[in-house]
Design a protein around this ligand. Structure first.
Ligand SMILES: [Zn+2]
Length: 86
């Protein structure tokens, strides 16, 4: 069993067992709370609790849309340059 140990301002210490249902993180983009399965995060052997962040599905969709928009813009400007050079 793994648990967290937090010392309260009153001096009392609270121990909480870590389970697959009580670990959370915040999306670094919008700050929403996300449930985390630590076993899944650490299973690749490369991720760790300090450098790994998880982006929520809404921010992932925004990033994908933004990336697609940038790709389309680049493609259109390359195409426009190619047409001008003819
Ligand atoms: Zn988010």
């Amino acid at each position: 069993m793994f648990y967290t140990k937090t010392k309260l301002p009153t001096g009392r210490t609270v121990k909480t067992e870590i389970t697959d249902e009580n670990v959370f993180t915040k999306c670094p983009e919008c700050g929403c709370e996300l449930p985390v399965d630590l076993a899944e995060i650490l299973s690749d052997g490369e991720s760790d609790l300090f450098s790994t962040s998880i982006i929520c599905s809404r921010c992932t969709a925004k990033r994908t849309q933004s990336h697609l928009r940038e790709s389309a813009t680049i493609w259109l400007s390359v195409w426009a340059r190619a047409l001008k050079s003819q």
